[in-house]
Design a protein around this ligand. Structure first.
Ligand SMILES: *Cc1c(COP(=O)(O)O)cnc(C)c1O
Length: 365
């Protein structure tokens, strides 16, 4: 069994820093006898992240889903929320969880982000917000979305779970929208095991998000509105502090894998993700779009026979799951049926990459 697991190539593999480095940072939590409630490690991680991302404000959270919930609670207020059907389920589930109504708008067939041209016709007098995903780290058309939001007085929340390190027009993508959220889950580019963040450039909103993530506490005895517990712990922050110095390596190693796929896959029968102009991308995923679902299934079978486990991100299209059923989203449903993410992580050898590419290319016919 162990041998089998070792040989398996998954879609991703968590980057772990040398254990001594993690232990060394963790020791500070022991020395302080302080393992949560925004201790010195969380504060240091905040500072280091803001400097890495060139931003001014952040609230660190215990995962990447709860910042979506908080942003929706504060900004969408139970209204209709325009959203994309092509994302991880958390994007839609949080809208339903917060008693808002997801209103899907189909995606652009090449960028895979929401098709901004179709947003206006979905807006009603109950619409309060737009919550959309920069899918695979590829930015939405943020200018056009901002224009529409301004015209109809809507709030904009970006699920930027995939976007650590992405810049658009030389600015962190987290700087766009009223709130941007990120996930620091172990499968994401930068991680704290479990963890996440929310970003806003608005001072007043930052204040609200901060109190919301800590029960509304304003000192030990006073409260500043209703809140919940979404705090990142010192143990999580220790992981983040030990991973962050490796971001340069992580990005460079992932770029090598992406370059290999770009140079060697048979693009007469496959399509790669089209990255929006003016984007500095982060190599977070390597999705390929097949000609048909049958072709995808044939390739998937050949790969899994060789213990290579790509993932069907994102399938199914979120407008087809049981609690949202109703709206038809032809482009998203079609893309979801024939897209798959290939293995991409630090340490994937050229030998393995050659095997993966050859298995794909020979099974495309
Ligand atoms: C991973 C992910 C989330 C959720 O993040 P967690 O940290 O796992 O809670 C939300 N949205 C998208 C698009 C994701 O990929």
């Amino acid at each position: 069994m162990e041998k089998f697991i070792k040989r398996m190539i998954n879609v991703t593999k968590t980057f772990l820093p040398p254990q001594e480095e993690y232990q060394e940072i963790l020791k500070r939590a022991w020395d302080n006898s302080w393992i949560t409630n925004r201790g010195s490690l969380v504060q240091e991680l905040e500072e280091n992240l803001l400097s890495y991302l060139a931003l001014n404000q952040v609230v660190l959270t215990t995962n990447g889903t709860i910042p979506l919930q908080i942003a929706l609670k504060v900004l969408a207020k139970g209204g209709e929320v325009i959203t994309s059907p092509f994302s991880y389920v958390a994007t839609t589930a949080t809208i339903v969880w917060e008693n808002c109504k997801p209103v899907f708008v189909d995606i652009h067939p090449e960028y895979l982000t929401i098709d901004e041209i179709k947003i206006e016709e979905a807006i009603t007098d109950k619409t309060t917000a737009i919550l959309v995903t920069h899918v695979f780290g590829n930015p939405c058309n943020v200018e056009e979305i901002q224009r529409i939001a301004g015209k109809y007085k809507l709030k904009v929340i970006y699920d930027a779970a995939h976007c650590f390190g992405v810049t658009y027009k030389n600015e962190s993508i987290f700087n766009y929208g009223d709130v941007s959220t990120c996930s620091f889950h172990a499968t994401k580019l930068f991680h704290t095991g479990e963890g996440g963040a929310m970003f806003t450039s608005d001072k007043e909103l930052q204040h609200k998000l901060f109190y919301s993530h800590n029960f509304g506490h304003n000192g030990p005895l006073a409260f500043h509105g209703v809140g919940i517990n979404a705090k990142m712990s010192e143990l999580q922050a220790a992981m983040g502090l030990s991973v962050l110095p490796y971001m340069g390596t992580i990005l460079a190693e992932r770029k090598k894998v992406v370059d290999f796929y770009n140079a060697n896959l048979d693009f007469s029968k496959l399509k790669a993700l089209k990255i929006r102009k003016n984007t500095h991308w982060n190599y977070s995923y390597y999705p390929v779009i097949f000609e048909s679902e049958a072709q995808l299934l044939r390739v998937e079978k050949a790969l899994s026979y060789n213990q290579i486990m790509p993932r069907r991100y994102f399938y199914p299209s979120l407008n087809t799951i049981d609690y949202t059923k109703g709206q038809s989203m032809p482009i998203s449903e079609n893309i979801a049926s024939r897209i798959m993410c290939l293995p991409l992580y630090v340490g994937l050898s050229e030998n393995d990459l050659e095997r993966i590419v050859s298995l794909i290319n020979t099974n495309l016919c």
